[in-house]
Design a protein around this ligand. Structure first.
Ligand code: 5GP
Ligand code: MN
Length: 343
């Protein structure tokens, strides 16, 4: 297992965890499995230590994550603003997971940054902003869940974590690596998994909980998006899929139910880049983009230059305030400008 914090920072981390009484844990907007899993692992861990913990997410998260231990008590800022703000205000420790800058906290940013409580960041994105007393940021790690696994080991707590905590950590790592099918070649990842299996988790059940819970609408939407909406730019080894709210409603599919769709075109032999343009259900007029690539194509650079976003080399996102046709135009421009790497 790997050392994340220096001795001095570890001491500070321990003290913050020991001395807190009311903790708020949050993660990035449109939380994914890693965001929810790592936040809930920490929540379950601190509750077991007798702390009063509130998990507050900036906005809604997908139904296929709702089985996770502790998910039923998550506050959603866009729906329970008063409660979420009160929890942040009363907190004497704030832990943020799976993000590298405060703006990724969405509506929670202001309250979290205004709070006098010390903050801890646990993350694996590049270029973490300096806004926390303790920053555990490991960009080479596959998930925030993995960072947390090593942190718990460093605290001497990994052997003693509960099955619920282990389930959350495994789910976090599994979600960010497509069930260990990408970004997961470092041998130590499997040491982490081995440790979690020893806590008695059923990894096959966790896989089914996440990946085999589609609604009929989601499955049919998938078929529709691939059959009707996917454009294949063969010369560029790139695909574009669009999804409007009108189409989403037609299939009775909610935000988050489109998780994984951006990855699907990369199943095609020779594809290098997949771009999914997805109208935001909560903010009409905002187009969310998901970029996925294989090998060396830098999605994060494209997202930063063209889509007000960022992320990882092979998985990034961003957003545009515009119509779908305008978003498509911008996407065309982005592809053109990276044509040398794509052709
Ligand atoms: P997704 O396509 O699943 O929404 O996001 C994939 C990854 O891209 C996320 O894990 C995150 O690192 C990054 N990402 C997504 N949206 C944004 C955004 O608006 N801004 C930035 N900086 N990164 C994003
Ligand atoms: Mn992550």
């Amino acid at each position: 297992m790997e050392k994340i914090l220096s001795e001095e920072k570890l001491k500070q981390f321990k003290t913050l965890l020991d001395e807190c009484t009311r903790v708020v844990i949050s993660a990035h907007v449109s939380p994914d499995g890693d965001a929810i899993g790592s936040a809930l692992c920490m929540a379950n861990f601190l509750r077991r230590k007798g702390k009063q913990v509130t998990v507050a997410m900036p906005n809604i998260f997908p139904d296929f994550l709702k089985w996770m231990p502790g998910a039923d008590s998550i506050l959603v800022y866009t729906r329970q603003q008063g409660q979420a703000r009160a929890a942040v205000e009363q907190a004497d420790l704030i832990i943020v997971c799976d993000l590298n800058q405060p703006s990724r906290l969405g509506g929670l940013e202001q309250d979290v940054m205004a709070s006098k409580a010390p903050r801890i960041l646990i993350d694996h994105h590049l270029n973490p902003a300096d806004f926390c007393q303790v920053t555990a940021s490991e960009p080479e790690m596959c998930a925030t869940g993995e960072v947390m696994c090593h942190l718990l080991h460093q605290l001497g707590e990994l052997d003693g974590i509960s099955q619920e905590e282990a389930v959350c950590l495994y789910a976090a790592m599994m979600c960010d690596t497509g069930a260990f099918s990408f970004n997961s070649n470092r041998p130590v990842i499997f040491e982490c998994i081995s440790q979690l299996l020893a806590r008695g988790i059923d990894k096959d059940q966790i896989y089914r909980n996440v990946f085999y819970t589609a609604s009929e609408g989601r499955l049919r939407l998938q078929g529709y998006l691939l059959y009707v909406n996917m454009k294949v730019l063969g010369d560029y080894h790139t695909t574009i899929i669009t999804l409007t709210n009108e189409e989403r409603q037609r299939f009775n599919v909610k935000n988050g139910d489109t998780e994984g769709i951006a990855n699907m075109p990369l199943q095609m032999l020779g594809m290098r880049l997949s771009i999914f343009i997805n109208e935001d259900t909560e903010h009409p007029g905002v187009m969310k983009l998901s970029l996925r690539s294989v090998d060396d194509f830098p999605c994060d650079q494209m997202a930063a230059r063209f889509f007000n976003g960022g992320g990882h080399k092979n998985a990034s996102g961003g957003k545009l305030h515009c119509t779908m046709p305008e978003a498509l135009e911008k996407v065309q421009k982005a592809i053109e400008s990276f044509s040398e790497m794509l052709k």
